[in-house]
Ligand binder design. Structure first.
Ligand code: FMN
Length: 410
């Protein structure tokens, strides 16, 4: 074994699941699903990461329902997805790793008109910048009865994930999707029990968590991905995240993955570095979408330079507030960062996105001492490949074969 962070290759138990080490692949939209179903390319993507040594790989952005999708091809946890998803979970298990489904509802962050014909639902009514690009400039506030229904839909989706062989679900409570539209003070202006201070804003996300725990928590790990630094004026930061984490710990969540940024107000903070606007514009077919990217380019801070562990200070506040397992995410690119997160800061796992897109075998290279750092240069141009024929990939390598990305798995 090479020079590794002390505890990095020791097991970690989260709820009913024991992981073989402390490395988790972050949910990063793979661009490898068609019509709501996973492709053969998605299976291979996660198999490779599992073979490369992670303990847990996360299938990104699985919608809990048709109306919860952001885009049409997104994986949807409906009954006909069980068989093709089973091909994926079997392939990961054969490599000795575990696999999580990230379960999400886009809320107002959707490019699709709701089947109901109503405006997309969110915490509060108002102008909806994402919808405006797709002919839906306004969003509406979901009623308490609708929130009950959506919480049940999350639980039903978790049951489907269990049927498909997943070991864990990660409830997406960050980045600007429905649950963070409730958590984020700039998005939630409700004056009922689901708004106000963090207790109020967290009421709906916690309802979702408890329903999912009731449905599958005895047999699957139930994690939540939360924002520790939303990156816009008035948004949540470390102290708010610490309060939220205490509430989620009290509810029984098995692990939190600590992230940040907001897809509308501050997407660059998801990555801790600038968005590749020129490449994103080149990949964007619509005129309106390209103008929106021009706007984004004006909003983007000029001085944002990538540094490893860019969420460290905010995440440490969460560490200080809870005893539950926490996964540190955000710019883990080297063994030095792994060491800092696990040994110095006391996080329980490290969660990696771009470093594993660049090299799915990085964890094994860390273990054997053949690498000490990732070759990912944080250019973020992988983001612009997401909706291309080969799916999301690192532009420093040749694109993967596009044909398996047209064939449904299983
Ligand atoms: C191409 C790409 C797609 C992503 N899609 C998702 C997603 O679907 N869900 C999610 O929670 N995060 C998504 N992310 C964010 C990553 O999970 C992670 O939070 C971010 O890349 C920072 O971690 P890193 O520094 O290890 O890359 C995406 C990131 C990239 C690069």
């Amino acid at each position: 074994m090479g020079r590794t962070a002390g505890s990095a290759f020791t097991p970690l138990t989260i709820g009913p699941l024991t992981l073989r080490n402390r490395f988790v692949k972050s949910g990063a939209n793979e661009g490898r699903s068609r019509g709501g179903l996973p492709t053969e390319a998605l299976v291979e993507h996660h198999r490779a990461v599992a073979a490369g040594g992670v303990a847990l790989t996360t299938v990104a952005y699985c919608a809990v329902a048709g109306d919860g999708r952001t885009f049409a091809d997104q994986i949807c946890l409906r009954p006909d997805a069980v068989r093709p998803l089973r091909a994926l979970t079997d392939a990961v298990h054969r490599e000795g790793a575990a696999v999580a489904a990230q379960i999400t509802h886009g809320g107002a962050f959707s490019f699709l008109k709701p089947a109901s014909g109503l405006r997309p639902g969110s915490a509060s009514a108002g102008f909806n910048p994402t919808g405006a690009l797709h002919g839906m400039p306004l969003k509406r506030a979901l009623s308490p009865a609708e929130l009950e229904t959506i919480a049940d839909i999350f639980a039903a989706a978790a049951r489907i994930a269990e049927e498909a062989g997943f070991d864990a679900v990660e409830i997406h409570m960050g980045h600007g999707y429905l649950l963070s539209q409730f958590l984020s003070p700039g998005e939630n202006r409700r004056d009922d029990a689901f708004g106000g201070d963090m207790e109020g804003r967290a009421r709906f996300p916690r309802m979702v968590l408890r329903r999912v725990l009731d449905a599958v928590g005895a047999r699957m790990a139930v994690m939540c991905k939360i924002g520790v630094f939303e990156g816009y004026r008035g948004g949540n930061e470390g102290d708010d995240a610490a309060r939220l984490a205490s509430l989620l710990e009290a509810d029984g969540a098995h692990m939190l993955v600590l992230s940040g940024g907001m897809n509308v107000q501050a997407p660059w903070w998801i990555f801790g570095s600038k968005m590749p606007i020129a490449e994103m514009k080149a990949a964007e077919p619509g005129f309106v979408g390209r103008r929106a990217l021009d706007m984004l380019s004006l909003m983007q801070p000029r001085a944002l330079a990538f540094r490893e562990m860019y969420f460290r200070d905010h995440s440490r506040k969460v560490r200080a507030a809870v005893r539950m397992p926490l996964g540190y995410l955000g710019g883990v690119k080297s063994l030095a960062s792994v060491d800092a997160a696990l040994s110095e800061d006391g996080f329980d796992a490290v969660v990696l996105g771009r470093a594993l897109l660049h090299d799915p075998a990085l964890v094994e290279r860390f273990r054997t001492g053949t690498a000490e750092a990732s070759g990912c240069d944080s250019c973020n141009r992988c983001v612009a490949t997401m909706h291309g024929p080969s799916g999301t990939h690192c532009v420093l390598h040749a694109p993967p074969d596009a044909a398996p990305n047209q064939r449904i798995a299983g």
